[in-house]
Design a protein around this ligand. Structure first.
Ligand code: CP
Ligand code: NVA
Length: 318
């Protein structure tokens, strides 16, 4: 957190021109430096002007936070954003991805893509000649995880040794928390109903990346998972694309609501986190969202600072 400007720049040099498709696409030092830069941008200690660079957004799923925070981040870096909504571009009429990616690379300096399959993102990254950022897929949400750990760092300081308990679906958000948390030395304890665990491959990957002896665990009991945790995190039970499973999931997840009683089992100064949008009364109560331990709106703000840092690093503006 006390890294000098030159030290941050040196740590991030390797990200220049690279893609950020997964939380694993940043090394330990790069991920740490991204959080430092994000904090410096937030406090006003750093200002970065990239010149008139252009970000292209290709979102095939709905978004409020990711879309707007990327647009504002780009504006603060002196650049502009073009919203390439697939329904109004030739993408929606079946123009091949390989052509779209190559053409957009001639106009844009960076692309942020929100879609279903991770493979589609990988294909974009293959054909594009500019950096591609994962703005959420079914597999991961790496920009979210950067903001989440920035929020934990702001609240509780140095991240290694802290514990984040994630209650609910072993989904894209959980996957990126596991990988990013592992890199940052944060213990991650996931609690989910049987059949809704994170992918075993991601669990193995996170464990193999873990720093500072961080543990990555998957349990069923939410009370056990939150014991001693500095942050208690949850997300919707049915993600975008799973709407038809909502009813079935409501019964499977009934005992996985983050309420005040569950928060009381966490560390005394634990914070409540949620990536939003939230379903009050399902995965989290209104009392917790609005309560004293909630840092959910700081977390949402931190999307802006974390993505501003990421854009600057990928475009080599440090
Ligand atoms: N948390 C998050 O990604 O929100 P949006 O879906 O609104 O972008
Ligand atoms: N898991 C959720 C996150 C939304 C930001 C989804 O994919 O819909």
């Amino acid at each position: 957190m006390t890294m000098a400007v030159e030290e941050v720049a040196a740590s991030l040099i390797g990200l220049r021109g690279r893609d950020y498709l997964s939380s694993a696409d940043g090394s330990v030092s790069e991920t740490t430096a991204l959080l430092t830069l994000a904090a410096q941008l937030k406090s006003g200690d750093r200002q970065i002007d990239l010149g008139n660079r252009i970000l292209g957004l290709i979102f095939t799923k709905a978004s409020t936070r990711t879309r707007v925070s990327f647009q504002v981040a780009m504006a603060r870096l002196g650049g502009q954003t073009i919203d390439l909504n697939p329904t109004v571009t030739q993408l929606g009429r079946g123009e091949p991805l390989r052509d779209t990616a190559r053409v957009l690379s001639r106009y844009c300096d960076v692309l942020a893509i929100r879609t279903f399959a991770q493979q589609e993102l990988v294909d974009y990254a293959h054909w594009a000649s500019v950096p591609v950022i994962n703005a959420l897929t079914d597999l991961e949400h790496p920009c979210q995880a950067l903001a989440d750990f920035l929020t934990m760092q702001e609240e509780h300081g140095e991240l290694p040794g802290q514990t984040l308990a994630y209650i609910g679906d072993g989904n894209n958000v959980a996957h990126s928390l596991m990988i990013c948390g592992a890199l940052l030395g944060v213990n991650i304890c996931i609690s989910c109903p049987e059949g809704f665990e994170p992918l075993s491959g991601v669990l193995e990957q996170a464990r193999s990346l873990a720093q500072h002896d961080a543990t990555i665990e998957v349990l069923t009991d939410p009370v056990q998972a939150v014991a001693g945790a500095q942050a208690v995190y949850t997300d919707v039970w049915a993600s975008m694309g799973q709407e038809q499973e909502q009813m079935e999931r409501e019964s499977a997840f009934a005992s996985f609501c983050v309420d005040q009683a569950l928060m009381d089992h966490a560390a005394k100064d634990a914070i409540a986190l949620h990536c939003l949008p939230a379903h009050r009364g399902e995965e989290i109560t209104a009392e917790v969202i609005e309560g004293a331990s909630s840092r959910i709106f700081d977390q949402a703000e931190n999307r802006l600072h974390a993505q501003q840092a990421l854009l600057a690093a990928l475009m080599g503006g440090l």
